[in-house]
Design a protein around this ligand. Structure first.
Ligand SMILES: Cc1cc2nc3c(=O)[nH]c(=O)nc-3n(C[C@H](O)[C@H](O)[C@H](O)COP(=O)(O)OP(=O)(O)OC[C@H]3O[C@@H](n4cnc5c(N)ncnc54)[C@H](O)[C@@H]3O)c2cc1C
Length: 442
């Protein structure tokens, strides 16, 4: 079959790779000048690094298996994470149950309650029963209002901005359940995985495998329209050229898909229209010294204008990056946020004075470079009863398929699940081929 794939992120490239292996003729179109989508990389000190911080968990089995298949396992390293919490002008380490007991901003009784609720969610599996409840309702009821105000509420606000009250409990369950499941035991610290040289190596290896088997991968080539004939999607309009295909897979965010596929029936369009996202806005600072000893610092203080400070070089040694220290200042914003419209320089001005709160010795002269990365569809907003609004992988147009992050549920979006999506879609396309051939024969 001739298959057209829209989007060169990890989902599109995994689908392209799987379908190339099965002998199909692949043409992939990526709008950006580079492949990778949300895993795209740039360079610091001659070494590639993601524009958005990335690591994987030990239970991310799909991507671990893919890494193995691509021959990159020898460079996948599992390292202990150093997680912290910034609250009331202080950094608290948050790695083990002992750290939780030492977290004095909440009374001891609440700390114990927080630990017990975490353990409960770790073991709880019937997430379907949580579909009707918001995270705010559930956490306030079971972990208590103080834990919600200080610990988990700020994390929800950080990820979902002014939509945080709409977030379904299933999203929060997925975060806690899977995160704890990646530890070997209750008292064990968490191991996080990273590939020496960045996850960009997975992206490159996938693209190389596709082109080695005769597939074509275009960059700087946005798809404008999906063309249908009768009940089938038959072609893509790209830079005023028409490319014909037997099947088409879109891996772009739902609003982009809606704009390019005008012939979708109303009920399917309605599901796509319901999708909403927070934009990921990440300012990466290249520093000449370290800001703190923590890798992942959650910020529970509304006076700081970012929600996490992630010092990559407290995870992977700065010696990899010419002895530079790499700090991601992360935000998830809606378009009405005052920070949303700022450029890199504007964000830097807002953020710099606040770094002194994390480390009083910080001086702006530590900043050698800064880079801004944005993605409008950074985080799908997962509301209550979300399962009912997920668009099907196979659209009502039989030869047209969709695989994007709004379909990842009950887990939170992540590379592992985009790899899984790419695989699911490639199996569905193969089934579709068998069915169409069967129909031709009758
Ligand atoms: C800030 C941030 C941090 C993250 N951290 C982690 C992490 O630590 N671990 C983890 O596992 N995951 C993490 N993720 C999530 C992970 O990166 C994503 O789940 C995954 O990369 C999504 O891949 P995708 O292929 O589904 O989508 P995308 O990467 O969004 O790919 C879609 C592609 O479609 C292209 N496109 C759009 N319109 C068109 C068009 N008209 N024509 C052609 N191409 C088009 C886009 O340019 C893009 O390349 C993070 C994401 C963000 C935003």
């Amino acid at each position: 079959m001739k298959i057209g794939i829209i989007g060169g992120g990890i989902a599109g490239l995994t689908a392209a790779y799987e379908l190339s292996k099965a002998g199909h003729h692949i043409t992939l179109f990526e709008k950006a000048a580079h492949l990778g989508g949300q895993v795209a990389t740039f360079e610091v000190g001659g070494e590639a690094i993601e524009g958005f911080y990335h690591h994987i968990f030990t239970n991310d089995t799909d991507i671990v298996q893919l890494i193995e298949e691509l021959g990159l396992s020898q460079d996948l390293r599992w390292l202990s994470s150093k997680v912290g919490f910034y609250y009331g002008g202080k950094i608290y380490k948050f790695v083990s149950p002992i750290d939780l007991l030492r977290f004095t901003p909440i009374p001891l009784i609440d700390r114990l309650r927080l630990g017990l609720v975490g353990l409960y969610l770790r073991r709880y599996r019937q997430w379907q029963r949580l579909e009707a409840t918001t995270a705010e309702e559930w956490i306030t009821k079971y972990a208590g209002p103080r834990n919600y105000q200080v610990v988990w509420g700020p994390l929800l606000r950080g990820k979902f901005g002014n939509r945080y009250r709409d977030v379904g409990m299933v999203w929060f369950w997925g975060k806690i359940h899977l995160r704890f499941a990646s530890r070997s035991g209750v008292g064990q610290s968490e191991l996080l995985g990273y590939i020496t040289g960045s996850f960009g190596r997975v992206i490159k290896a996938l693209a190389d495998r596709v082109t080695q088997t005769g597939g074509i991968v275009h960059t700087s080539t946005p798809v404008h329209r999906i063309l249908t004939e009768g009940v089938r999607a038959v072609a893509l309009e790209v830079n005023s050229s028409i490319y014909s295909f037997d099947a088409i897979i879109a891996t772009v965010p739902s609003p982009n898909f809606l704009a390019m596929a005008p012939d979708l029936p109303e009920d399917y369009r309605a599901k796509l229209e319901k999708a909403s996202y927070q934009a990921a806005v990440c300012l990466v600072l290249v520093l000449n010294r370290s800001l703190s000893p923590i890798y992942w610092l959650n910020i529970s203080d509304p006076s700081l204008p970012f929600v996490a400070a992630i010092e990559h070089t407290n995870f992977i040694s700065s010696s990899q990056y010419g002895d530079k220290h790499i700090l991601y200042l992360s935000n998830y914003l809606s378009s009405d946020s005052p920070l949303y419209s700022l450029d890199a320089q504007g964000l830097l001005q807002q953020y710099l004075p606040n770094l002194k709160k994390i480390n009083p010795n910080f001086d702006p002269s530590w900043v050698e470079e800064y880079h801004l990365f944005r993605d409008e569809a950074g985080q799908p907003i997962i509301t209550t009863h979300y399962s009912q609004q997920i668009p099907e992988y196979q659209t009502p147009i039989p030869s047209l398929f969709l695989a994007n992050t709004t379909q990842i549920y009950p887990e939170d979006r992540g590379m592992n699940y985009s790899v899984r999506l790419g695989r699911i879609i490639s199996r569905l396309v193969t089934k579709f081929q068998v069915k169409s051939q069967g129909n031709e024969g009758t």
